[in-house]
Design a binder for this molecule. Sequence first.
Ligand code: ADP
Ligand code: MG
Length: 255
Amino acid sequence: MSDQQLRADNSTHPPIVDISGVQKWFGTFQVLKDIALTVARGERIVICGPSGSGKSTLIRCINSLERYQEGRLVVDGYDLGAGQKNIDAVRAEVGMVFQQFNLFPHLTVKENCMLAPMKVRGTSKRDAQELAMRFLTRVRIGDQAEKYPAQLSGGQQQRVAIARALCMTPKLMLFDEPTSALDPEMVKEVLDTMVSLADEGMTMLCVTHEMGFARKVADRVIFMDRGEIIEIGKPEPFFANPQNPRTQAFLGQLL
Ligand code: ADP
Ligand code: MG
């Protein structure tokens, strides 16, 4: 893989994510091997690859839910290896959406959305409420604001999780298989929400096997296997003509 492919096109602005030489082990098992990647502001990246290849671990390193042992990971100018202050700064501007929605069950939908702005940013209750309603409406779920998560469908809960992340006005959104736990009929409503976010220019790193989504919105698609980035390219050549045999085998299985 050429160095050119690993670097984002937009070189006039500093990248929002700049990863170089990142290595991570769980005990003696190396889960990330010499990861290098830059993500430009406004860029949409899809990460795919077999189960256990390190996709979640990579995403989790980007907002410090996991630590890495070697290399450098810089998000919006904050070096994650340089102390808790930087980690807190990064977490405040990176939104994360998980496979399991991770909503607080004892809070209403609206309260779920109000919590972080109030706690992390010191937003007033009134402003947090307004923010929550703005983004719940934005994901077309404003009418569910007073309900509890358990009263909602999976697709609705995931849209709440997206709205909750948006309430922090993130500079970057990380998605880790956001549709994998959903019944098939609910996948589309969540993907549609993600597509509209992408259309509005949100910078996104999405782990997903929804290849229709990847074709539609991704600027680049990354294939990971056994802790390494094996292949990276624009969607058209990536899907039409994958170079690495492991990418070919993986994509072959998806079809
Ligand atoms: P993916 O998201 O691509 O399925 P993960 O990043 O979740 O892969 O996991 C990569 C590998 O690391 C897997 O083999 C998994 O079992 C292992 N792993 C993940 N988390 C831990 C952990 N906390 N402790 C030990 N091993 C882990
Ligand atoms: Mg995973």
